[in-house]
Design a protein around this ligand. Structure first.
Ligand SMILES: C[S@@+](CC[C@H](N)C(=O)[O-])C[C@H]1O[C@@H](n2cnc3c(N)ncnc32)[C@H](O)[C@@H]1O
Length: 265
């Protein structure tokens, strides 16, 4: 082979490989690393730690979630609570500040086949619209629960609330359970928003005066003490002497079997 031909073939090969290299550099797709959440990663007001499935199950059992419920999980992380509720047929929504977690939860809901029932909103849990919720779930922190408490107590009587491990300060839970199998974050706590009954009522010819500390009710009927007073959402029960009154509160009226009380102040 003539020397020149050999050289030009070598140059051509080099040129081609340079073109090929530059072409491959241009066409190799840049694959973004899939987002992998890490337990303990920073969050706006609370870090992300997932609730174990057994505790999610306990929270939804304590709050008796069914297909007729509308559940809102405040700070929904990977969506485990929302997805589990949706699998029970509930309409479930997560509110989560971290957009990567929102995208992850949407993907997991899709993989579980419940995207129609399990939706996720990117936003601040303190701004969430809770007006349609019948069940609220939380895995936040005691001071955040305390900040949310007035808003939760303003919800419709009978709305159920469940928290993973953290309490509501002086608002004692109505129910609690320890989940199993579980190694950490195994306590589920639940509350029922009580109707507000504190004040003065006319019950027959007597004045019923009630004071209320969350679901616990005390007071007097005439001059007799009201004992064992308890709210379960809008349901009330209390005892005066040897009579137990069981009824339902609807705004300014309480009605039971054979008795009615009307609020006067
Ligand atoms: C402890 S994790 C609980 C996650 C999920 N609820 C569960 O039980 O597995 C708390 C979540 O709240 C989110 N978060 C923190 N502050 C928030 C805020 N102000 N608004 C919305 N989400 C928030 C975090 O990103 C995190 O995903």
């Amino acid at each position: 082979m003539p020397v020149m031909s050999f050289l030009s073939r070598g140059v051509l090969a080099l040129a081609l490989s340079a073109v090929a290299m530059s072409a491959s550099a241009q066409t190799v797709p840049v694959v973004a690393e899939p987002f992998e959440p890490v337990s303990g990663q920073a969050g706006k007001d609370v870090v992300w730690v997932p609730t174990p499935q057994s505790t999610v199950d306990s929270m939804l059992e304590l709050t008796k979630v069914t297909a007729s419920d509308v559940l809102v999980d405040l700070g929904s992380g990977n969506g485990i609570t929302v997805i589990t509720a949706a699998k029970k047929g509930a309409t479930a929504m997560g509110v989560e500040f971290n957009p990567d977690m929102v995208a992850l939860a949407r993907r997991l809901a899709s993989e579980a086949g419940v995207s129609d029932k399990a939706t996720f909103v990117q936003g601040d849990l303190f701004e969430a619209d809770l007006s349609k919720a019948t069940v609220i779930t939380l895995f936040l922190l005691p001071d955040i629960n305390e900040q949310l408490k007035p808003k939760l107590l303003d919800l419709k009587p009978g709305t159920r609330i469940a928290s993973n491990s953290f309490d509501m300060g002086d608002w004692e839970p109505d129910a609690r359970a320890t989940s199993s199998p579980c190694t950490s974050w195994c306590t589920a706590l639940a509350w029922i928003v009580p109707a507000r009954v504190a004040g003065t009522w006319q019950l027959g010819s007597q004045t019923l005066t009630l004071t209320q500390q969350y679901q616990v009710v005390s007071g007097t009927l005439g001059t007799a003490a009201v004992t064992a007073g308890k709210m379960n959402g809008a349901d009330i029960t209390f005892t005066v002497g040897d009579r137990t009154y069981t009824g339902r509160v609807d705004g300014g009226v309480m009605t039971g079997q054979g008795w009615t009380a009307k609020k006067t102040s």
